[in-house]
Design a protein around this ligand. Structure first.
Ligand code: ADP
Ligand code: MG
Length: 774
């Protein structure tokens, strides 16, 4: 841990001061009461002790018992009390962005601080990390995985807490494999695995029989009703349309919004006001929007404060679900399964469960895993937007949400028969989704990158080299499959093989499964590698904009809706968007439809435009949202240094890239070079540092006729240039030089080197080391 003694002492003194201030604040009592009433409080000492004396601990407890918000605080407070608070840095991973934010906010409030002091969060495209030693960081699982691509990703981290492992989400399962390996190389790291499912044996076994602490919960009884009970229960409130339909929806059937709205307004009227909030589970945020719409048309909605909770919301918008509405209004929260275990709404007494989940698809602001699924479903022409029944396990979790404050009620909008047919547990994601992105991440974590090589040179046998050893990287073995065989429930060999094949075809890995520079760049982008490649080449070749639309559109259903009665008319409309029939392209039709819709939408005519052109307004909006996400992803990965604004710029930019393709591997990179200054004698050396250029075997000089001049370059930046020839006089001079965006070098350069001789391939590796720098 890299905190100096004085620094730690100062930090601790400040902590004590803050604690004192807090004790005398007005909110202190409220904060304290909230924390002391939680079941986890009774187990506080046991939790602290078990974690202190074991490398890995599995912790279980009913949702809402205080695992996520309290356990990290116990660890930090204990260390603070003992005077080494500044040396504790806890990372807690969450599968969902919105949960990371809401939990971090809550914990900061309980500690009487603003976010970003000792408590913070980092999610993709948004961060508010803690800014002092001794801290708790909530982040999405994907963020931690990305961080582990760097050798020093865990520098200073004392505890890694992997939360919500029962969800068996792809990234979480992946992280467990990595964490288990890392335990061998970080002797002081402590790991806590947290799960809402009480049966933890699968996790304790995975970690070699590690200890298991269970937090006994206080959960009130919940009365469960099924669809067939509702007609009698609700009487005239039961919608006649539903009555006429055969009870027991088929698997494909959509949600019965009318029924859901009826049940909610019936509860609101039938049960006394002030008797608690209603929580309704729906598969996705579009469904939430539809039910909200429906609900607002019922007379009962006047007394309701309808809130939504899904990952599309901003941090500010989601707060509504946690507040208490004024004046005896009935709080109704429409939520996706984020409310199942990740976040707790305090005052829920009634749960309305539609019983469906969206099968891992569109939800653009979720992290990369979502897109991974969408992409492939789309590419394979499988159903997109399919809903599936939840598992019995999650139905039970949802039901439990009603019994937090008092005895509650759960209304299942499906029959007992459907419930009996549901899977007991969801199949772990690793066994049912395509694995390209995961395999790429595995390579990025296992393969050497520049920082790990530097770290290794500094201290041989350092973490990454050992980790690499355990993963048998670069041996030509199928290390991806080997890595995945260590997972909790490994995926099928055939799906691993299929994913590796795709990565190879994309050029993300070579025939020995080594990561190529393209692969390394793709691993930084949180999108499916297919789209990643499109976006990178789009950026590189100065035509990112249409590719953003194409990639975004591929994540959703076709925005063209074709009513059977107006088929010809609709087809005609679609054809009208085609730009050039000689090179007809369904992709470019989408681009031009989107462009025109965007203009119409800006003028407030979006809806009528869609109607006229047979487009689904919702899908167009989703595409716009996804485009924005992709754009931000590209910015975040810093591929943007090649962004061009004008046509001329684009053309010269493309010319640079083509030069790279042609002249590769004639590359020089900038480096700070030491040059002697003035007289040199045996006792006194005078040196100065200045920007110079190097090729693989050493220092070179730019020919004086060149317009590239080191003097005009910023010594704090990295530069790459491609040269036409090397001339040796008294020194080695480069003639015909062009400065390049590094990305061009990495991608176009590599493509050339694959097919060239071994010399060039070595140059490729040399570049591979360097790209880390930009
Ligand atoms: P667990 O992780 O065990 O499911 P949490 O630590 O998330 O439980 O939550 C513990 C308790 O903290 C909840 O039961 C709830 O009372 C309270 N809580 C958590 N987040 C919030 C919030 N955003 N607003 C109000 N109360 C909250
Ligand atoms: Mg939790």
């Amino acid at each position: 841990i890299s905190v100096s003694r004085e620094q730690a002492a100062t930090e601790n003194a400040m902590l004590r001061l803050e604690a004192r201030k807090r004790m005398f604040s007005a909110e202190y009592g409220e904060q304290r009461r909230a924390r002391l009433s939680l079941p986890s409080w009774t187990q506080r000492q046991k939790i602290i002790d078990t974690i202190a004396s074991n490398r890995v601990v599995v912790l279980t407890g009913e949702t809402g018992c205080g695992k996520t918000t309290q356990v990290p605080q116990y660890l930090l407070e204990e260390a603070e009390a003992l005077g080494f608070g500044a040396e504790v840095h806890i990372i807690v991973t969450q599968p969902r962005r919105i949960a990371a934010i809401s939990v971090a906010e809550r914990v900061a409030w309980e500690r009487g601080e603003p976010l970003g002091k000792s408590v913070g969060y980092v999610i993709r495209l948004e961060d508010m990390p803690p800014r002092r030693h001794g801290s708790i960081l909530y982040c999405t699982t994907g963020i931690l995985l990305r961080r582990l691509q760097k050798a020093d990703g865990l520098a200073g981290v004392s505890h890694v807490i992997v939360d919500e492992v029962h969800e068996r989400e792809l990234d979480t399962d992946f992280l467990l494999v990595v964490v288990r390996e890392l335990l061998n190389v970080h002797p002081y790291l402590h790991v806590v695995i947290m799960s809402a499912t009480l049966d933890a044996s699968i996790f304790t076994r995975y970690f070699g029989g590690c200890p298991h602490v269970n937090i006994p919960g206080m959960i009130h009884p919940v009365q469960v009703y099924y669809l067939e009970d509702l007609p009698q229960l609700m009487g005239q409130f039961f919608p006649p349309a539903t009555r006429q339909r055969k009870l027991g929806c088929s698997d494909e059937e959509d949600i019965d919004f009318e029924l859901a709205a009826a049940v909610i307004s019936w509860i609101a009227q039938y049960f006394a006001k002030g008797a608690g909030a209603i929580l309704c589970f729906l598969p996705g945020w579009d469904m939430i929007a539809m039910l909200r719409d429906r609900l607002s048309k019922t007379p009962a909605s006047k007394g309701m404060a309808i809130m939504a909770l899904h990952s599309q919301l901003s941090a500010g918008e989601q707060r509504g679900a946690f507040t208490h509405p004024p004046g005896g209004m009935r709080k109704v929260v429409l939520a996706t399964n984020i409310a199942e275990t990740s976040v707790t709404i305090d005052d829920v007494v009634y749960v309305v469960d539609c019983g469906k989940i969206k099968h891992r698809q569109f939800d653009p602001s979720r992290n990369m895993t979502t897109m991974r699924v969408q992409v492939t479903t789309q590419i394979n022409n499988a159903l997109v937007g399919s809903q599936k029944w939840t598992s019995q396990a999650s139905a039970r979790q949802r039901q439990g949400r009603a019994g937090r404050v008092q005895a509650g009620f759960c209304f299942r909008l499906y029959t007992r028969d459907v419930h009996a047919r549901m899977l007991e547990h969801q199949i772990p994601e690793m066994q049912r989704v395509p694995l390209e992105e995961l395999c790429l991440q595995i390579k990025a974590i296992a393969a050497p990158n520049v920082s790990s090589q530097v770290a290794e040179a500094a201290s041989p046998g350092s973490n990454m080299s050992q980790l690499k050893g355990t993963m048998a990287v670069n041996t030509g073995m199928n290390d991806i499959a080997m890595f995945l065989s260590k997972a909790l429930q490994p995926p099928k060999g055939t799906s691993v093989f299929a994913a590796v094949k795709v990565l190879r075809q994309l050029g993300a890995i070579d025939q020995y499964e080594n990561l190529t520079p393209l692969g390394r760049t793709l691993a930084k982008l949180a999108v499916h590698p297919r789209f990643g490649k499109m976006l990178i080449y789009g950026t590189l070749l100065g035509c990112l904009d249409p590719l953003l639309t194409i990639a975004a559109a591929a994540c959703f259903k076709d925005p063209f809706v074709v009513p059977i009665s107006k088929r010809d008319e609709a087809d005609k409309m679609r054809e009208n968007f085609a730009i050039n029939s000689a090179y007809a392209s369904d992709h470019l039709v989408l681009v031009s439809a989107f462009e025109q819709w965007k203009k119409a939408n800006l003028a407030g005519q979006g809806h009528s435009f869609c109607e006229r052109h047979f487009l689904a307004p919702m899908t167009m909006k989703l595409i716009a949202g996804m485009r924005y996400q992709f754009e931000k992803t590209i910015t975040e990965a810093r591929v943007f240094d090649t962004w061009v604004t004008s046509d001329l710029e684009a053309r010269t930019h493309v010319a640079r890239c083509i030069l790279t393709a042609g002249l590769y591997p004639n590359i020089a990179k900038s480096e700070l070079c030491r040059e002697s200054k003035g007289m040199k004698n045996a006792t006194q050396h005078a040196y100065r540092w200045r920007l110079g250029f190097c090729v693989q075997n050493g220092r070179v000089f730019i020919h004086p006729t060149s317009v590239v001049n080191e003097k005009h370059l910023d010594p704090n930046k990295h530069y790459y240039l491609i040269y036409q020839e090397k001339v040796q006089t008294s020194q080695i001079y480069l003639r015909g030089c062009t400065l390049l965006p590094p990305l061009a070098l990495v991608l176009l350069g590599w493509n050339v080197s694959i097919s060239s001789d071994s010399g060039a391939a070595i140059s490729g590796d040399w570049m591979l080391l360097e790209v880390e720098g930009w």
